[in-house]
Design a protein around this ligand. Structure first.
Ligand code: 1PR
Length: 557
């Protein structure tokens, strides 16, 4: 344990818990600074400025709490500061995202722009790398390792801007490329260091960057062989991102009241034998840690039953998140029950507060199922707009689109002709037993128990318009089947929206992941049963993909 105390500015923006956990994991103490008057700020020797979500929300909050002058004084003193994500963006003059808001302006009047979504999904969500750079790197950043990015706005670079920043202003830059756009992944000048990516969510590679900053050291890069460089280097065939593999844990309390990871077939999680018990595949935190160590790029927890008669603040899932976030340094998503609720004492708790509790426990994203269907239905009733009250809108506004995932539980429905439904149909290559080739995907609520007259096309487009950042696309027909993903469904959703789509349900072999990535353009693939039953590890899937020419993050050793 080091004696160094790391000071972290806390303006209540997003998941700070993971950053705290990562610093403590590295053996340092953390002191949060919530007000500009806090005398602790004068004692700080290492200061971290983390930020997520909306630019204006973050910088306005920082300024209205009086942090501008104390931060500038701290920086003028020469002591090290590290900005993370919107913390990097705050160093700029402003952002197109919030034209009325001003940043700290350490980068001569430069503003952030939005990624161009005509050629790639926006936000950028996933693992990218720093481009090779003959001027060398800093704080141990390694172009053959991957870091977790999640943002729609970036400090976009062209030759003129880059020359100005490096030659005139003395910044050292680590660039990354997303699609055809280059942007600042990290920057360093004197005592200011900032990363656009989240080092606290970037596995071991990210922890090393935090540690190097805290120790103020710039270690030499490992001596990679040419073969290693070829294997681990970025080829930009997927916009610059590695193929993202997500391990999913469906969690519920079993008949004995214990919290277990379970897994169904077509959403039926009970054993087929006479006891009909809930299938118990292990403990949530232990399994999640196992998948993290196997190289999972993300972990998703779905609370598939509500924990009845339990006050919200004591919900067992909160403790699962808290424990998981202590040792797992990749993004964590939690779903199930993200909606306005009435607590056991009768108090109304808005969805935003429910989500906030999860974010404060260590979740990076929340996933919304049933309520997303209701929000989409209302969106169409209002003629194609929201009224600002749905959980998608309230959570996205406060925490950013990237924090809101929509979990879709669809079933395929065949029709004789497209005129038989108001929802968008397509011609399938897999006709039903009556030879019908027109079909659509019907959304369900309450874990598949109730169907609605709303298609996946309509749902995903409405949710994206309301502010969702990603789609988790399950498929009830395929769930637990081990027969591969529903490729037509994934293509259908990819055509519907520009936000990233996670393929889910049906993975049984590493080949299924390859198939989904190459033939549908899925932005991530999720697996559950095949990992729980230990038929394959996450690493097996990644090695298979790597052998077949798809770049993956291999930093778990
Ligand atoms: O409606 O907002 O409360 O959210 C409930 C959440 O719980 C939704 O995300 C819904 O998908 C999920 N859910 C509800 N009931 C079940 C169930 O199984 N009975 N699980 C359920 C959904 C599907 C996937 C699964 C993949 C991959 N599980 O998460 O992990 O199908 O499985 P596979 O690789 O083994 O094929 P709300």
């Amino acid at each position: 344990m080091s004696n160094l105390v790391v000071h972290v500015i806390d303006v209540e923006s997003g998941n700070l818990q993971s950053l705290i956990n990562s610093i403590e994991y590295l053996g340092y103490k953390v002191q949060l600074i919530k007000t500009a008057q806090d005398p602790e700020l004068n004692k700080a020797e290492r200061l971290i400025l983390p930020g997520v979500g909306n630019y204006g929300h973050f910088v306005d909050n920082l300024f209205s709490r009086g942090f501008e002058q104390p931060l500038k004084q701290y920086i003028a003193s020469g002591k090290p500061i590290m900005g993370i994500c919107v913390g990097l963006q705050a160093m700029f003059a402003g952002s197109i995202e919030s034209p009325q808001s001003s940043g700290l302006n350490y980068i001569s009047d430069m503003k952030l722009s939005r990624f161009d979504d005509s050629e790639k999904p926006v936000p950028e969500i996933g693992w990218n790398s720093c481009m090779e750079n003959e001027n060398g790197f800093f704080y141990g950043l390694d172009p053959f390792k991957r870091y977790y990015f999640v943002h729609s706005y970036a400090a976009l670079l062209n030759e003129r801007i880059e020359t100005h920043l490096t030659k005139d202003e003395g910044w050292k830059l680590a660039k990354a490329r997303y699609g055809s756009e280059e942007f600042i992944a990290a920057m360093w000048r004197d005592n200011i260091f900032a990363t656009q990516f989240h080092p606290e969510k970037s596995g071991k590679a990210g922890l090393a960057v935090i540690d190097n900053f805290l120790k103020q050291r710039h270690p030499k890069l490992p001596d990679y062989t040419e073969d290693e460089k070829e294997l681990l280097g970025n080829d930009y065939s997927n916009y610059g991102l590695t193929r993202r593999i997500i391990a999913c844990l469906d969690v519920r309390s079993n008949d004995q009241g214990d919290l277990v990871v379970t897994k169904g077939d077509q959403y039926d999680v009970r054993e087929k034998d006479s006891n009909n018990d809930v299938r118990n595949l292990g403990k949530p935190v232990q399994l999640a840690e196992k998948y993290y160590l196997q190289g999972a790029d993300e972990i998703t927890f779905l609370n598939i039953t509500s924990f009845r008669d339990c006050p919200l603040k004591d919900t067992p899932m909160l403790q699962v998140l808290k424990n998981a976030a202590k040792t797992i340094f990749v993004p964590l998503t939690v779903g199930g029950g993200i909606k306005d609720i009435v607590d056991t004492d009768g108090t109304m708790i808005p969805a935003l507060e429910v989500a906030s509790l999860y974010f404060r426990s260590g979740a990076d994203k929340v996933s919304i199922g049933t309520d997303a269907v209701f929000a989409a239905e209302k969106f169409y009733e209002l003629g194609g707009r929201g009224d600002g009250t749905s959980p998608i809108e309230t959570i996205s506004k406060a925490y950013g689109a990237q924090a809101v995932v929509i979990s879709v539980d669809p079933k395929r429905v065949y029709v004789d002709s497209p005129n038989d439904t108001k929802n968008k149909t397509f011609k399938t290559e897999l006709p039903d037993s009556n030879g019908r080739t027109w079909c659509w995907y019907q959304c369900t609520i309450k874990g598949g128990r109730e169907t609605r007259d709303l298609g996946v096309w309509e749902l995903t487009r409405a949710c994206a318009a309301l502010g969702a950042g990603e789609i988790l696309l399950n498929c009830i027909d395929k769930d637990g089947s081990n027969s591969g993903y529903d490729l037509e469904l994934i293509k259908h959703a990819k055509e519907a929206v520009k936000i990233p789509v996670i393929a889910s349900s049906g993975a049984g072999l590493p080949q299924h992941f390859e198939e989904a990535f190459t033939s549908t353009g899925a932005d991530a693939c999720l697996g559950a049963g095949m990992f729980h039953r230990e038929e394959y590890t996450v690493n097996d899937v990644k090695e298979y993909l790597l052998r077949h020419g798809l770049k993956v993050r291999m930093d778990n050793e």
